[in-house]
Design a protein around this ligand. Structure first.
Ligand code: PMP
Length: 423
């Protein structure tokens, strides 16, 4: 048996208290779409381990890639050295992402890739002789990570701003996009953002946003037309556009990258989470030739970032295998089938008295409740139904691995219907 008493007294878990810790469930192993607890219970993973698991767990192709790479080298520094797994991966990323994105920086985690994206934008304008262009315009309800640079761009109310306010760079915030995914974006809908840009562009380096799907800051899906209008305004007023596709990348929203819903390309793109198929931590920040050439012809002559574990060969090797699997397995068909089934099977919740909204996009299903839920009780009851979810606030949501079959997905939606419908 695992020493849960030690865990409780000594180990931080994400966003948790060590005085009054919520329960943590001991996991023995994971296989396919199931996480197996120490007591033998198998739970269908409705969270895709926080958007990262696409192909399920213990995947032979991913294991083989890691094993083969391990025998050659698990790690080697990337400063002054390079290797085949990194070259192959960067070739894939350049080929998969919109054409203008040609240069790749391999980072350690999503938050770090956002730090890198922000530094790229600031260094770019510095090298253009415009160091005053050093603020960002972000969206309310946005979420970009927990490190300081990223945190300063998260929603100032539902993020962690107030705790660290004196230490955070003050950026500008536009209202959260109002038009929903299938709605047009009127001039009125974009007016406030437009005004902020018109009035502040001499000090703005970039707009940073999560394209189409605002994740941890509210699980909201917004209009592609809104995103197109932001791109046009960035071009008109000489701002860079940073797209944070850490959650949406690799097919989750129904397109390989959510920017494709709007047919736009950012100047800088952050990827993470599903990059290694949910196996190892790694992220990437891509940018255009214009941004890279600007940075490298500036005062520093180099881009000022270089983590110890940059381009980790094991992570690159498994990312290569994960992308190969994704492309071989017709991810689009998998995601479309999940979208259809989530739409059908979560629909009854629309009528439940405690439910404010049910929305689905790609392989993401969201149930927004009218009142905040008691996460601990709800989670325990979902576990009784054989399902792993992590509701927070008013939101219960699922982004299952793409390989989930329709009967397992029905177990998941059934558990959501039973537990959320009763609240
Ligand atoms: N951006 C977005 C949109 C995210 O969802 C997350 C992770 N929740 C991050 C950035 C931060 O990534 P990480 O947790 O890997 O640092």
């Amino acid at each position: 048996m695992m020493d849960l008493e030690f865990d409780k007294n000594h180990i931080w878990h994400p966003y948790s208290s060590l005085i009054n810790p919520p329960p943590v469930y001991p996991v023995e192993r994971a296989e396919g779409v199931r996480i197996y607890l120490e007591d033998g219970r198998g739970l269908i993973d409705g969270m895709g381990s926080w958007w990262s698991t696409l192909h399920g767990y213990n995947v032979p192709e991913l294991n083989a890639a890691m094993q083969a790479q391990m025998k050659k080298m698990s790690h080697v520094m990337f400063g002054g050295l390079t290797h085949e797994p990194a070259i192959k991966l960067c070739k894939k990323l350049v080929a998969l992402t919109p054409e203008p994105l040609q240069k790749v920086f391999l980072a350690d985690s999503g938050s770090v890739s956002v730090e890198v994206a922000i530094k790229m934008a600031l260094q770019y304008w510095h090298s253009q002789g415009k160091p005053k262009k050093n603020k960002l315009l972000a969206l309310r309800n946005g979420y970009h990570g927990d490190t300081f640079g990223a945190m300063a761009t998260c929603d100032p109310v539902n993020g962690m701003h107030h705790l660290f306010a004196s230490q955070l760079t003050q950026h500008l915030f536009a209202p959260a996009p109002k038009p929903k995914f299938d709605e047009p974006c009127t001039d009125q809908d974009i007016a406030e953002l437009q005004q902020l840009i018109e009035q502040n562009h001499p000090q703005l380096a970039a707009v940073i946003l999560e394209p189409i799907v605002q994740g941890a800051g509210g699980m909201r899906f917004y209009s592609p037309e809104y995103l197109r209008k932001v791109r046009t305004l960035c071009d008109e007023f000489d701002l860079l556009l940073i797209a944070d596709e850490i959650a949406t990348g690799f097919g989750r929203s129904g397109k390989m990258f959510a920017c494709e819903h709007a047919g736009i390309s950012p100047d800088i793109l952050s990827l993470g989470k599903a990059l290694t198929g949910g196996t190892m931590t790694m992220a990437a920040t891509l940018c255009t030739d214009k941004v890279a050439n600007g940075i490298c012809s500036g005062e520093a002559g180099v881009f000022m970032h270089g983590p110890t574990f940059m381009g980790n060969p094991m992570a690159c090797a498994v990312a290569n295998a994960s992308i190969d699997l994704l492309l071989q397995r017709d991810w689009k068909q998998q995601v479309t089938a999940i979208e259809q089934q989530l739409n059908d099977e979560l629909a009854p919740l629309k009528k439940a008295s405690g439910v404010a909204d049910v929305r689905v996009l790609g392989a993401i299903g969201v149930v927004e409740m009218k009142q905040p839920v008691d996460n601990k009780t709800l989670q325990a009851s979902l576990i009784d139904h054989g399902v792993w979810l992590r509701p927070f606030g008013k939101l219960a949501y699922t982004m299952p691995p793409y390989v989930i079959d329709s009967s397992d997905l029905s177990i998941l939606t059934n558990a959501m219907n039973k537990t959320l419908g009763a609240l």
